[in-house]
Design a protein around this ligand. Structure first.
Ligand SMILES: [Zn+2]
Length: 65
């Protein structure tokens, strides 16, 4: 016989973290979550990290060589 816990809780309710908005990084294509430091610039945020931002800057200038 399987042990069954006599609990009244049917399912544990997952705690939502306030449903933060997310975006997809333009460089690494990974989704990233809203951060407090982006509170005022979120609309313009395109990269998940400074590293990706630099990477984008590096490869962005469309100069023919
Ligand atoms: Zn990234």
């Amino acid at each position: 016989m399987p042990k069954t816990r006599p609990t009244t809780a049917t399912a544990d309710t997952p705690r939502k973290k306030g449903q933060l908005p997310t975006k997809q990084c333009a460089v690494c294509r990974r989704p990233f979550e809203w951060r407090k430091k982006w509170a005022t610039t979120w609309e313009n945020v395109r990269y998940c990290s400074e590293r990706c931002r630099r990477a984008a800057r590096h490869s962005s200038p469309p100069t023919d060589d």
